[in-house]
Ligand binder design. Sequence first.
Ligand code: HEM
Length: 552
Amino acid sequence: MASEVAAMAVRFVGEYVRAWDLAVAAAVLFVFSAVRNRLSGPPGAPMLWPVFGILPSLFANFDEIHDWGTAALARAGGTFPYRGMWGGGSSGVITSVPANVEHVLKNNFENYPKGPYYRERFVELLGDGIFNADGDAWRAQRRAATTEMHSARFLEFSAGTIGDLVRRKLVPLLDALSARGDAVDLQDVLLRFTFDNICAAAFGIDAGCLADGLPDVPFARAFERATELSLERFVTPPFVWKAKRALGVGSERALVEATRAVREFAERTVAERRKIGTLDGRRDLLSRLLSSPPADFPEGYSDEFLRDFCISFILAGRDTSSVALAWFFWLLASHPDVESRVLADVAASGNASSMDYLHAALTESMRLYPPVPADFKEALEDDVLPDGTAVRAQQRVIYYTYAMGRDKTLWGPDCLEFRPERWLNKSGAFAGGAESPYKYVVFNAGPRLCVGKRFAYTQMKAVAAAVLARFRVEVLPGQEAAIKPKLNTTLYMKRGLMVRFARREQGHEPGHAVPTAGGGRLTWECSSTAAVEDSKNKLVQVTRSVEGLMKT
Ligand code: HEM
């Protein structure tokens, strides 16, 4: 009997159901499910498609992804749910609401660790390093990092590494480029600078990226490759990259090779440093950790701890400030009035703790182009955000720093304008400390606030001051349309920034007026001998200020 019914059903399907009918039914189901998804999210939120989730919208807006995300958040009132492809295990909410960010990063901190989703994608490269750790492992490193990095000894040492690198490597390189009239990718030069700088500060070594001829440095290349390949896991369905990892093929094999090179380098450095009898004269992070273990590590830190610690530091400090500087120079090129005020500030100031206008200009630049455009945390348990959005356990809350920096409701109708003055008080002092860190979340906030924030500002101010005092940065024409962010966890410029450097002494001055701190005006225009002399004197003054900055 049952077999007769089955045979009849097969005959019926064969006679009356065509492939076309099946396609129409599937399409109706698809549209029905899509409309249901659309209606269940906040109005204006991106469509969550059956099977593909948010991916079709992402692909459709790939080229302008951050501006599209910013507009979508504005339409949706600041928060919307997202879902990746079926089987990808990625879902949660995206938000630009400061109260939600404060809840995740501070008020309910224990419920929002980095979590296993992040950890398993970075574990080969970072191991248990601070960037990848939660709970006690994170706390131990955080304590070690803040104790050392906020010590007067490290502040002095790291400022020394910055000044040294600027004087001995960066300025001579730019001098040579300007003498030859060569164009160069400024972003690449800055990335090399910060890589060398973080290696000097963390390991006490010269990575050599800024050496003559800008050589290919195997350790830097392996590091970059390992980071890129780890990030690839975030956009690849887990069953794909996990299968490749199990088989040891393709990108997963390349990742193993790149991370091995990075780890071996770090292990060798740790081993060599251990061999040195006394580390009293060395002030890099690694030497400090080796020579002064805290009470809770009476035996001293293990080799693995030190290796992972240093690798995390390089990851954290290697490209964020260089990317911030690249966007800063790009913004200055189209805002000569701001450049003039920065120059006046540099000329009038003597050390890193001053230069308030430059500090404000960098802060403002990172509001528009945050080096880490978005970040996320993973919920341990079900929760409700302050704006009423529900978050289920294991879902992620993505806080979209890029969108927050361009939110009219947070920064006013001129939120898209580059206006450093918004960070200054009436007497021209930097007043950014009064802003909520959950509104300007560029350096993260709460217990996991960036440990390198102070270092980063000193570094960026030193580079900006030294470069601007000596050179006019000419952005090569015709790049405007190509200056876009790359889709990455760091906001690299997609194709870099091609520039030429013109020595200010060579009379390449822009000729625009430079207001001084006291309200007077000096110009760089060289129209008479007296004016040339005056300009030279001002340049000497600027150069001295930079030297002063280096000494702090
Ligand atoms: C403009 C430059 C920088 C920006 C915008 C920046 C931004 C950030 C952000 C957003 C985080 C949070 C990451 C997360 O938890 O997912 C972070 C963490 C961190 N940053 Fe920075 N950073 C900068 C420079 C640096 C530098 C130069 C260093 C090292 C010298 C550094 C060291 C760290 C460390 C160690 C952490 C981990 C803190 C923790 O998890 O407790 N950063 N930074």
